[in-house]
Design a protein around this ligand. Structure first.
Ligand code: ADP
Length: 521
C-alpha cells in the first residue's frame, strides 16, 4: 500500500518525497491503527490524511472546528480531481441535504465536517451506513480539556464516534500539544504509544524576539518601515486595540486589514480573503484570527500584547514562515499585560483547579519574557521536546550583545518613590510624582512633600512610565494582582535599593532577519 502512497504523492501532489513523519503517519493509518500525529505548523499534516484517504476504500471523514477553511481544503482536493465535499452551516438546508444524500451514495472520498454535525442523528446514521476509511480529528488539541483551545462540543464527538457501529480508524492531528494534552488525546482516541508520531516542535526558520520597555507603537512603525514588502500579522489583546492599530496604519497608507469577533461575518471573510491573496500587507487581529489560515508567506507575526500561555503563543507565532523561509516572531512585552491576563482568568467561569492551572501557564509565558535563555530552546523545553536542540543563535537572547547602560540610580529613585507612595498606585501616578507634576490628585495626597517628588524632572512622564514598565518586565516591580495595576516592590528591588544589585537597561533595537539592519539608538 505504501507503494501506492508514493505513487499518489507524485501523481496527485507532485512531490518527490515525503517530509519527516509523513510516511510513518500514513503507514499507521493504512495499517488501520488509531494514530496521533504531532507535527509543527507547515510540516504537511494534511497530506498525512489526504494520501490514506485516496489509498483506502471508503469515505474519509475529516472533522475540523474551522469551517472557514473547509471550502479551501475541498477546492484544493477537487482541483486535483479528488471527490471531496464539505457539509457545514454555511450551506443552505437544501444543499446540506443534497450532500448528505451524495454521502450516503458513497460519492465522496473525503467529507469535511464541523463537530456540530454529529448532533444530527441523520448525519450519524449516514456515516454509519457507509464504508469509512477513517475519521480524522484536525486540530486535535481542541478535544483535550488541557488544551489551550478546548471545545467541549468537539470532545463529545469522540464518544459518538467510538460508539459507531462501523467503528473506523481514528486519527488525531495537531501542531500544539503539551504532554498532558498528548496523553489526553491518546486516551480519548484510543491510540497506542507505538502509533504516536511526534516530529518535535522545532521551527528552524523562525527567529524569536522579545522586546521590552519600549514604546510599542514606535517600535512597530520602525519595523513595518523596514519590512514594507512583506506580509505580517499583528495580534492585539482586544477589539479596541485592533481598531486603534488598524486606524493608525490605515492613516499611514499601509495596506492593512483587521479581524475580530465584533465584525460581521462578511467583513471578516473579506479581510481574511484580501490578506491571504495579497503578497504584502498587514493583518491586525485578535486571537479570533488565524487558526488554520493557509497563508504560507507570512514573514512576521507580532504580538502587541502578552498571549495567555505558550501554547497559544507558539500556535499564533507559528503562522509565520509556513513556506520554510526565514521569518520573525516578535513579542512586545509590557508588564501591564499580565494584569489583563490575570483578570481574564479571574473573570472566567473556569473551575478553581483549572484557574490555578491557567495561572501557572501564564507564569510560564511571563517567564519566557524574562528568561536569558535561547527563546526557541525555552519553548521546546516547555513542550518537553525530546529532540536535542542547540541554542538557535538568532533569537533576541542568543544575539544579545547589545550595549547596556547602567540605570541603577534612576531605578533606585523609582523604587523608593513606589515605596514612599505606599505601594498603592500605578505607573502613571508614580511618574507624575517623579516628574514633579502639579496634578490635583497628586497634591491632594500630599505627594509633593515626598523626598522623591521631582527627582526625575528632566525626563518626560512617558519616559518615566516606560522605565517603570521595564522594571516590571525585569521583575523589580510587580504590576499587582487586582484589576487596577498597583506597583509593588519585588524582592529584587530591595537589592537595588541596598545597592547590592545594579540595573542595566539594554539599548533599544529593532528585530530583523538581516543582522546588519539592526537599528541601534
Ligand atoms: P500543516 O497542516 O502541517 O500546517 P500543510 O498540510 O498545510 O501543513 O502543508 C504545508 C505546505 O507543505 C503545503 O503547501 C503543502 O502542499 C506542502 N507539503 C506537504 N507535504 C509536502 C511534501 N512531502 N513535499 C513538499 N511539500 C509538501
Amino acid at each position: 500500500m505504501l507503494t501506492k502512497a508514493n505513487h499518489y504523492l507524485q501523481e496527485y501532489f507532485g512531490y518527490d518525497q515525503f517530509r519527516q513523519g509523513q510516511e510513518e503517519v500514513i503507514g499507521y493509518i493504512l495499517d488501520k491503527k488509531n494514530t496521533l500525529a504531532i507535527m509543527p505548523t507547515g510540516s504537511g499534516k494534511s497530506l498525512c490524511y489526504q494520501i490514506p484517504g485516496l489509498t483506502l476504500p471508503g469515505t474519509a471523514v475529516i472533522i475540523s472546528p474551522l469551517i472557514s477553511l473547509m471550502k479551501d481544503q475541498v477546492d484544493a482536493l477537487q482541483t486535483l480531481g479528488v471527490k471531496a465535499s464539505y457539509i457545514n452551516s454555511s450551506l443552505s438546508t437544501a444543499e446540506q441535504n443534497e450532500r448528505l444524500q451524495q454521502l450516503r451514495e458513497q460519492a465522496y472520498d473525503f467529507i469535511f465536517i464541523a463537530p456540530e454535525r454529529f448532533d444530527s442523528n441523520f448525519f450519524v446514521h449516514a456515516i454509519e451506513s457507509i464504508p469509512l476509511s477513517f475519521i480524522a480529528f484536525d486540530e486535535a488539541h481542541c478535544i483535550s480539556q488541557w488544551g489551550h483551545d478546548f471545545r467541549p462540543s468537539y470532545r463529545s464527538v469522540v464518544q459518538t464516534v467510538l460508539s459507531l457501529r462501523n467503528k473506523p480508524t481514528l486519527v488525531g492531528l495537531t501542531a500544539t500539544a503539551t504532554e498532558d494534552v498528548q496523553l489526553d488525546i491518546k486516551q480519548l482516541l484510543e491510540v497506542d504509544d507505538t502509533n504516536v508520531v511526534n516530529t518535535g516542535f522545532l521551527r528552524e526558520n523562525l527567529s524569536f524576539y522579545i522586546i521590552k520597555g519600549q514604546d510599542r507603537l514606535k517600535y512597530i512603525d520602525r519595523y513595518i518601515k523596514n519590512h514594507q514588502n512583506e506580509a505580517g500579522i499583528i495580534y492585539a489583546a482586544t477589539r479596541k486595540q485592533v481598531d486603534q492599530l488598524y486606524q493608525h496604519f490605515y492613516k499611514e497608507g499601509i495596506p492593512v486589514q483587521k479581524y475580530h469577533a465584533g465584525l460581521s461575518e462578511a467583513e471578516r471573510k473579506e479581510a481574511q480573503d484580501v490578506f491571504i491573496h495579497e503578497d504584502i500587507g498587514l493583518m491586525i487581529a485578535t486571537n479570533a484570527f488565524g487558526m488554520g489560515i493557509d497563508k504560507s508567506n507570512v514573514r512576521f507575526v507580532m504580538h502587541y500584547a502578552l498571549p495567555k500561555n505558550i501554547e497559544a503563543y507558539y500556535q499564533e507565532a507559528g503562522r509565520a514562515g509556513r513556506d520554510g523561509d526565514p521569518s520573525d516572531c516578535i513579542l512586545l512585552f509590557s508588564g501591564q499585560d499580565i494584569v489583563l491576563q490575570k483578570y481574564l482568568i479571574e473573570q472566567s467561569d473556569l473551575e478553581e483547579n483549572k484557574k490555578t492551572q491557567e495561572y501557572q501557564k501564564l507564569q510560564a509565558m511571563v517567564n519566557y519574557c524574562h528568561t536569558d535563555r535561547c527563546l526557541q530552546a525555552y519553548i521546546l523545553d516547555y513542550f518537553n521536546d525530546k529532540i536535542d536542540v542547540q541554542d538557535c543563535g538568532k533569537c533576541s537572547n542568543c544575539i544579545d550583545d547589545a550595549a547596556k547602560v547602567e540605570k541603577t540610580k534612576e531605578a533606585q529613585m523609582i523604587l523608593s518613590c513606589v515605596k514612599r507612595m505606599g505601594e498603592s498606585f500605578g505607573a502613571a501616578m508614580t511618574a507624575k510624582v517623579l516628574k514633579g507634576s502639579r496634578d490635583k490628585k497628586l497634591l491632594s495626597f500630599g505627594f509633593d512633600r515626598l523626598t522623591t517628588y521631582g527627582l526625575l524632572k528632566d525626563q518626560t512622564e512617558k519616559e518615566i512610565v516606560q522605565f517603570i514598565h521595564y522594571l516590571i518586565a525585569e521583575n523589580y516591580l510587580s504590576p499587582g494582582e487586582g484589576r487596577f495595576p498597583i506597583l509593588r516592590l519585588q524582592p529584587r528591588a530591595l537589592e537595588v535599593l541596598k545597592g547590592t544589585e545594579k540595573v542595566w537597561l539594554k539599548v533599544e533595537k529593532v528585530a530583523t532577519r538581516e543582522a546588519e539592519d539592526y537599528h541601534v539608538e
